[in-house]
Write a protein of this length. Structure first.
Length: 360
């Protein structure tokens, strides 16, 4: 599977700085094509529009999927909007508006296509290969787009389009990582890798993206579909964190953390319940759910500090348990925890947390 639209924008027929055959009237006609700017039922409406705009090109022909029975059933949950929200600058003219919809809707189409593929009867080996290949391509294209963006040889139009492209590729990268965390072989993209390596930029004070409300729905569906994969998730969930310390001291630490940094949402979870989960011999569905009341970055920092008291307190096992919830009540995944760390921006109250753990 190739990311054809994005490759053509960077290297070939869709390069905005080489578009001499299209004019304002052409772009206006494209924008009025039904399904190009908005879809009511399925992102396939955009695919149809794209094929009518570029009838001689094969931008939407995905040969890799010809052998698989993709999940196009009516009852399938369709992805028709971003699962990762990133603020994008508004287009100032018709050409820029065309590229805005071309790029952002293509990201949605590809995410939906991968979701169909993931739900198909394809083997785990095929799913793992194709999804990881797309993941690697996306990282490469973000780097290449950043280089072109920083080249200093473009006018304002092209700079705008390249900015939309690289931020939309970031969105696609994060959507793939959040939808298929058990398939992706490499660790989730950290803030440092995203900004320093891929975007060649400074680390911002606040995250440039947010998870959409729709993402949890698809994560839940993907979790159910994992039962059809050749993965032994059920065995993994039955494992414990293998506590090896003093339960009384651990309880005291959790109580202090709840008092000092608002660790737990005490209306839903008591320190005793958190201890019950941490020290359980079987991470099963009958255990109480744990709801945090602080930032996920602080939760990650606390888990890192707790590791010395456990033999198997792994972030993946925390996420796979489906027991832990963030302050907005969403299930905390391995991806959430893995990306919630930064050497340059340590967790809030980290010194107070360090001081509390000295008593453990």
């Amino acid at each position: 599977m190739r990311l054809k639209i994005f490759e053509h924008i960077l290297y070939s027929s869709l390069r905005p700085w080489k578009q001499e055959t299209l004019n304002e009237r052409d772009y206006n006609l494209f924008l009025r094509t039904s399904g190009f700017t908005a879809q009511k039922n399925s992102i396939n409406e955009f695919k149809t529009a794209l094929n009518s705009i570029f009838p001689k090109d094969s931008f939407t022909k995905d040969d890799d999927f010809d052998l698989y029975e993709l999940n196009n059933a009516a009852e399938r949950i369709n992805i028709i909007s971003p699962l990762i929200q990133i603020d994008l600058p508004k287009a100032q003219n018709t050409k820029c508006r065309f590229y805005f919809y071309l790029i952002t809707n293509e990201v949605t189409r590809l995410t939906d296509l991968l979701h169909q593929f993931y739900s198909s009867p394809a083997s785990l080996t095929d799913k793992t290969y194709i999804i990881n290949n797309v993941h690697a391509q996306t990282k490469h294209l973000i780097k290449e787009t950043t280089k072109e963006y920083q080249a200093g040889t473009h006018n304002e139009e092209s700079i705008y389009i390249l900015q939309i492209l690289r931020l939309s590729l970031v969105r696609f990268l994060l959507e793939v990582e959040n939808l298929f965390p058990e398939i992706i072989k490499s660790p989730p993209t950290t803030d440092e890798e995203l900004h320093f390596d891929l975007l060649d930029d400074e680390l911002p004070e606040e995250s440039i993206f947010a998870l959409s409300e729709a993402l949890l729905k698809f994560q839940t569906q993907s979790e159910l579909e994992n039962d059809d994969l050749e993965l032994d998730e059920q065995n993994d969930r039955r494992k414990s964190f293998k506590f090896k310390g003093d339960k009384g001291k651990l309880l005291n630490v959790i109580k202090q953390l709840t008092l000092k940094i608002d660790l737990l949402n005490t209306e839903k979870t008591t320190p005793e319940q958190f201890i019950e989960v941490l020290t359980a011999k079987d991470l099963n569905k009958d255990l109480p759910k744990v709801y945090f009341n602080c930032e996920t970055k602080q939760v990650r920092y606390v888990f890192d500090k707790l590791k010395d008291s456990f033999n198997e307190l792994y972030l993946k096992r925390v996420g796979d348990s489906k027991i832990f919830h963030s302050s907005d009540s969403r299930i905390i995944t391995y991806s959430n925890l893995s990306s919630s760390t930064s050497k340059h921006l340590p967790a809030k109250n980290h010194q107070e947390i360090d001081e509390i753990f000295r008593s453990l």
